[in-house]
Design a protein around this ligand. Structure first.
Ligand code: C5P
Length: 413
């Protein structure tokens, strides 16, 4: 496949030569694009000799029709890899600045993008850079984490360009998964629900929506048709995803039950409220001197109803995936949920662990299925690792794809 390799001005630029070679060894054709400052670290001739292609160094190179070259490369490339990615290019990508070939290519291509940041620790940790990286990740860009160690600037810390093999591995993984959900429809729920007591107050929970949004982003990056049914969150939905905003559990129930027959998989990452006020006051409730007793009733169990509907209808599709946020006996409770709700997979997480569960960007999960699929280590045998929600989304979708490949019944019917 044709891979565009963007090289920015960082001391790690020399490692990009190894990345180009690694990609070529895997049978890919590589076109190198060097920014102006990259050329102060490594000469274009080095890349030219390795890739056997003219290195793109300018948007307006003479005689190369280069002013439109970014458009043709944008459509021809199956992947854009940027290594090292400097704070500067990350900022340009995040904000849609197109003042050189590489930044224009980023905007013009629909190919998946992998970036390997490299910079001084303070720069990497700066809120501006972290914000830009987060917005790129939300847009589906894959980030190869920089390593820690001696930096060229004399510091010891995080910011070193990842090893070339790690960048090549990430590129392969993305190429492998790109388009793998083409033709598939996936419904993802995310966030909390708000159950109104009166026009001012509501009952809710700590869900931020980050896990569900990460799944929707990853599914869209893989070419899936995604419906994101989301409770109220502060998150920016990923592009190219149909967003249905709901507030209450009952609304989410109605939307999901209506759309489920048309999709290949329903992934219930939402933290749906289990109780709702028996009645919602139309006027703000006055403060009472001697406390308040609320009368609550159960909300509909969306996943449970989906499982019941699917088994009554004798259907295999859609696949049903639930989440189980627990604080103790995680695996046992998840297994019980899997059986009771008649679903295919439960993603269980122990929210009492630091770095797992609500509000954070990381999670630690165990995938629990009915035991007929031999995925990974047996649940409970290992303490699950803390990983980014995007990484977990990627593993979850690998499993969904494998399960869909096993079930042959089409979505409609
Ligand atoms: O039973 P529990 O609420 O722990 O199950 C969690 C799973 O069920 C999650 O996937 C959640 O989205 C889903 N759920 C639901 N409807 C509810 C409550 C939870 O679909 N009312």
């Amino acid at each position: 496949m044709l891979i565009a390799l963007g090289v920015c001005g960082g001391i790690g630029a020399y490692k990009a030569v190894e990345i180009a070679r690694g990609l070529q060894n895997n049978g890919h054709d590589v076109v190198a694009i060097m920014t102006r400052s990259a050329r102060r670290f490594v000469g274009p001739l080095t890349f030219e000799a390795i890739t056997r292609r003219r290195v793109i160094t300018s948007q307006f190179a003479e005689g190369a029709n280069a002013d439109i070259e970014h458009i043709s490369l944008a459509t021809a490339a199956s992947l854009l890899v940027v290594a090292p990615a400097t704070a500067n290019i990350i900022g340009k990508f995040a904000n849609g600045v197109a003042d050189d070939f590489l930044s224009s290519l980023y905007l013009a291509t629909k190919a998946p993008v992998v970036i390997a940041p490299a910079m001084n620790t303070n720069m990497l940790e700066h809120e501006a850079v972290q914000h830009n990286l987060a917005s790129l990740v939300a847009r589906g860009v894959h980030v190869v984490e920089p390593g820690a160690g001696y930096l060229a600037c004399g510091w010891i810390g995080k910011g070193r360009l990842a090893e070339p093999e790690a960048v090549v591995r990430a590129a392969e993984a993305v190429l492998h998964s790109a388009g793998s959900l083409k033709g598939r429809k996936v419904l993802v729920t995310a966030g909390p629900t708000y159950e109104d007591l009166d026009p001012v107050r509501f009952i809710s929970n700590r869900s931020s929506g980050k896990m569900g949004y990460a799944i929707a982003t990853e599914a869209a990056t893989r070419g899936g048709e995604v419906v994101l049914v989301t409770g109220p969150t502060a998150l920016q939905p990923p592009p190219a995803v149909e967003v249905v905003r709901v507030r209450r559990a009952a609304e989410m129930h109605a939307v999901v039950m209506h759309r489920a027959p048309d999709v290949d998989a329903v992934i219930m990452a939402a933290a749906v409220a289990d109780y709702t006020p028996r009645r919602t006051e139309t006027e703000k409730m006055p403060k009472q001197a001697d406390g308040l007793v609320l009368a609550l009733e159960r909300t509909p169990d969306i996943l449970g109803d989906l499982g019941q509907w699917r088994s009554t209808a004798g259907r295999e599709r859609p696949l049903l995936i639930g989440f189980a946020a627990e604080t103790s006996a995680v695996d046992a409770k998840a297994r019980e949920k899997l059986r009771r709700k008649k679903v295919d997979l439960i993603v269980a997480n122990d929210i009492s662990r630091e770095g797992a569960g609500f509000e954070v960007d990381t999670n630690a999960v165990t995938f629990i299925d009915d035991g007929t699929q031999d995925f990974g280590p047996a649940p409970g045998r290992d303490v699950p690792a803390i990983r980014s929600k995007r990484e977990i989304a990627s593993e979850l979708l690998d499993r969904v794809e494998a399960m869909l490949a096993r079930k042959t019944q089409p979505a409609r019917g």
